[in-house]
Every structure is written in C-alpha cells, then in structure tokens.
Design a protein around this ligand. Structure first.
Ligand code: PEP
Ligand code: MN
Length: 374
C-alpha cells in the first residue's frame, strides 16, 4: 500500500490538528465554534458530526443533510476546511457533492465490513482524505481491513484514527487506548499516518490534555479534538468536549516532539517497541486494580453472608489453571506461578482488611479462622 501523506495533504505543517464539536447542532453553534477555533490559529481542519450513531434511539441523532449548508458557510467565512463522519453511501455522496474536505468512518461503521464496502464504493476515486477510526473492539485485522477497503476504492489519502476501544472493565477511560495496537498498525502499513482522538478515549474534558500528550509522545501524526462553544449544553458527548479557551490552553501546554531528523531508524524502532511495552504494562496494572476491587467486594460479600472463607481447593485450582494457561501462552510455568501467588497474596491482604473493618463496625457475621480465600 502506498498512501499519500505528503505534508498531511496540504492542510498544514506538523501534526494534523482537527477540532470541532461532536455534533453540528445549529448554524449559530457551528459558526460560533468555528470562528473561535479559527481565531486560535491552531486548527487545520474543522470537524462536526451530522449523522450521529447513538447507542439509544432517544438520543440526539444529528441535524443530517441540512447541516451540510452550515458547514459550507463555516468554510466560506472562516476559511477552515471541514470534515464530517459518514456512515452510509448516501452520506458519502452528499459530502462529495457539498465540497466537504475530508470524511471519516466512525468506530461503529468500521466494525461492519459491509458498511465500509458500501461507503468505499460511494467514495470511489475521491481525492479528499478519508480517515478510518479504529473499530469498537481491539481487532487489528478489522481496522486494517477497513483501511484496505478504502484503499481498494482508489483512495490514496488515508489516515487511521486511534480513538480507543470499548472497555472490558471499569476504566478511567471511556475508550481504552491500546497504543501497542496503533503502533503495530503503523508498522504493518508504514505509509499510513495514524492520528489520535483523545476526546473519545477520555470521555471527560479534564483527561483530554493528558491523553493528547501521550498521543504526541507516541509520535501520532495528529489529534482530533472535540471542541464546543458551550460544552455544558452540548447535545452529544457533553462531558468530553473542551471549550475554545480550554482547547487553546491545552495546545499551548502540549509538548510537541522536536524534529526526528536526528533520530536513526533504530532509535525510532526502539521507541516504538518501548511504547508498546509501556502501554501493555499500564493495562496489566489496570487489570490488577480491577481484580483487587472484585476481591474486596468478595470479602465483603462472604463476610456479610457468614460464609466460611477459606477454600483450599479453590486456591489450588487457581494456581493450576493459571499456570497451565501461562504455559499454553508461551510463559514459563514457574514464573506464572510466582506472579499468580503474589497477586493472590495481595488479594488476601485486601480481603482481610475489608473483613477487619466490617467486623469492627459489627457488619460481619463470618468468623475468620483460616484466612479469606477467593
Ligand atoms: C465522533 O467522532 O463524534 C464519534 C462518534 O466517534 P467514534 O466513532 O470514535 O465513536
Ligand atoms: Mn463525539
């Protein structure tokens, strides 16, 4: 695959900065946001969602086709090029006809190869850039498949957008970043720019700058940031949108990587590998924290139910099955055993603490003879 990325398609220098509201809500809201963003001088491309793929049908579904005229006005009056999410061939055709400067395929759309095929056909031969968000689940093949489908439609200006993945556990992120997957995608398709959407990752405005910085540290090729002129009254994704002042503050504080011209291929590669390891370590720690929270809940549950807590067979089964699984995954059995023992010990300590507190508050009917077990 040879993807065109020269200067990120002429939108500007440096990492591509896309900003704008989650949804186009009214002509006035779009104009106010776009005018404020234009004045910052920090935005290459203005974004707005016209057709919103909402989880629940009662939510705001977007202003649809009529909002294309509002975007035309944004472009005419601010000079900012505009980008829109397309989720059907009809959307794609309408965007091409309206002179929209870039389109993106959302996470839900990318999760369905039939939809991607249909949209790619409608965009056939288009000369505007097409951005492909990651699918909802951390499936690199599906993400690559969407990029390939767009490429097969003769489109050569393509970027991927890492917007995080649906969490499998309670998480501080709305959508968990998997930097190692984004980096793997980059190494599988080296000419493909990968940009980051920290807004949908974070789910809350105060986490956006930190996530954006992480993306820049990972050498992502740009950022897509949700900015609304009045976030508390936004009709979608209210919690995660920055206001224009917050956006400028973030942009001023972000540390952009200095030129990599001095870096050798070796150092870049080493950094990519380190970034992948960092990302996995953070996920391991997040999972351990989730596990400990469940242990505490279990300690409380057992205590209140007056259930005897120690079950030797359960611990032996944990040790056996985890070690077996480790070996089947290519890990050393002894190493897996050591790790699981340490986790288990900490889990016992946490259950113990919960029980002690409950008992002293008189809320526990169980007695602890042999120690808590999970
Ligand atoms: C969006 O960009 O507003 C959007 C719906 O994003 P995603 O497809 O990443 O959820
Ligand atoms: Mn959104």
């Amino acid at each position: 695959m040879e993807i065109v990325q020269t200067g990120l398609w002429g939108f500007g220098e440096g990492p591509l900065i896309i900003a704008g509201p989650c949804s186009a809500e009214s002509e006035a809201q779009l104009m106010a946001t776009a005018t404020a963003l234009k004045a910052t001088g920090r935005v290459h491309l203005f974004r707005a969602g016209l057709w919103k793929p909402r989880s629940r049908p009662s939510s705001f579904v977007g202003e649809g086709f009529r909002a294309l005229d509002w975007l035309r006005r944004v472009k005419a009056e601010t000079g900012l090029p505009v980008a829109v999410e397309v989720a059907s061939p009809e959307h794609a055709t309408a965007c091409l006809e309206a002179g929209i400067d870039a389109v993106w395929l959302g996470a839900r759309t990318v999760s369905n190869p039939f939809s991607v095929d249909a949209i790619a056909s409608a965009l056939h031969g288009a000369t505007i850039p097409v951005l492909v968000k990651n699918p909802l689940s951390p499936d690199l093949e599906l993400w690559m498949g969407a990029v390939e489908r767009v490429y097969s439609a003769g489109i050569r200006k393509i970027a991927a957008v890492h917007r995080g993945f649906t969490p499998y556990e309670k998480s501080r992120y709305r959508n968990i970043p998997k930097w190692e997957l984004a980096i793997e995608l980059r190494s599988r398709i080296p000419s493909l720019p990968v940009i980051c959407d920290p807004s949908h990752m974070s789910g809350k405005a105060d986490l956006v700058p930190e996530t954006a910085q992480k993306a820049l540290d990972m050498n992502m090729a740009g950022l897509m940031i949700e900015v609304h002129n009045d976030p508390p009254h936004a009709l979608s994704d209210r919690d995660q949108q920055l206001d224009p002042q917050g956006f400028v503050k973030m942009m001023d504080e972000l540390v952009f990587r200095t030129s990599t011209s001095g870096d050798t291929g070796f150092l870049n590669r080493l950094e990519d590998l380190r970034n992948r390891i960092d990302s996995i370590d953070y996920q391991i720690i997040g999972l351990m924290a989730s596990r400990m929270r469940i242990s505490e809940e279990m300690g409380e549950f057992k205590c209140r139910s007056g259930v005897t807590v120690f079950q030797l067979e359960r611990w032996l089964e944990i040790l056996r099955t985890r070690t077996q699984h480790g070996v089947s995954e290519g890990l050393d059995g002894e190493f897996t055993g050591r790790v699981i023992r340490m986790i288990h010990e900490e889990s016992i300590r946490r259950q113990d603490e919960v029980m002690k507190n409950l008992r002293s508050a008189g809320g526990c009917t169980a007695t602890r003879d042999d120690g808590p077990e999970q």
